[in-house]
Design a binder for this molecule. Sequence first.
Ligand SMILES: Cc1cc2nc3c(=O)[nH]c(=O)nc-3n(C[C@H](O)[C@H](O)[C@H](O)COP(=O)(O)O)c2cc1C
Length: 197
Amino acid sequence: METIRDKSFEEIYNHILGEVQRGSVDRKHPFHLCFLSTINNSTGFPDSRTVVLRKVDRDGFVLRVHTDVRSEKIKHIKFCCNTHLLFYNQKAKLQVRLSSIGEEVQDEELKKEVWSQAQDISQRCYYVPHSPSTEIDTPFLNSEIDTTDQTLGYNVFSILEFKVFELDVLELNYEGHLRANLKVNDGKLEKSVWLMP
Ligand SMILES: Cc1cc2nc3c(=O)[nH]c(=O)nc-3n(C[C@H](O)[C@H](O)[C@H](O)COP(=O)(O)O)c2cc1C
């Protein structure tokens, strides 16, 4: 089993970059899903939720996620861009925690391009008539979706980007757990230390 014990910090960083990037392109990779945490400005508490990792720009270490513009997480990020992404690969016993600065993409051309490439089943999520978190009288049914509604679909589709500035990497290991903290600036490794796990 591959371990980060014998790797240099640069190698660890590249390994994590590679794994996260694989997560964005391989639906079966454990990093395809991650847990995004934001600061809820109404309660002051952090909020976490599962999201699909859609794209990774390795050069600047920027992660991309799709969401509904009406969702709470967007409000949180607009209030406070400090965000956190958590990954776990059970087989590799590898936890990756990413501290990031989140923002909503404003580039309409990019949004149009990404929307046009999305599968029908993914696009359908954006035709739900109520905003996420709206209180409803009865549980939602897909039959309520009207994919011809011109006010929905693309109009509520949103792209979030997260620029990573710190990684906390923990690998569980029989000989001793390994934990490294890596600070990055614009995708370049700046400072690295081993930490007690
Ligand atoms: C497996 C799984 C994948 C999900 N992927 C996404 C996603 O990519 N984008 C998204 O906005 N919500 C996704 N969700 C729903 C969120 O976890 C969350 O319930 C929803 O976005 C509302 O969150 P919010 O009110 O905090 O904004 C996913 C949920 C699950 C269980």
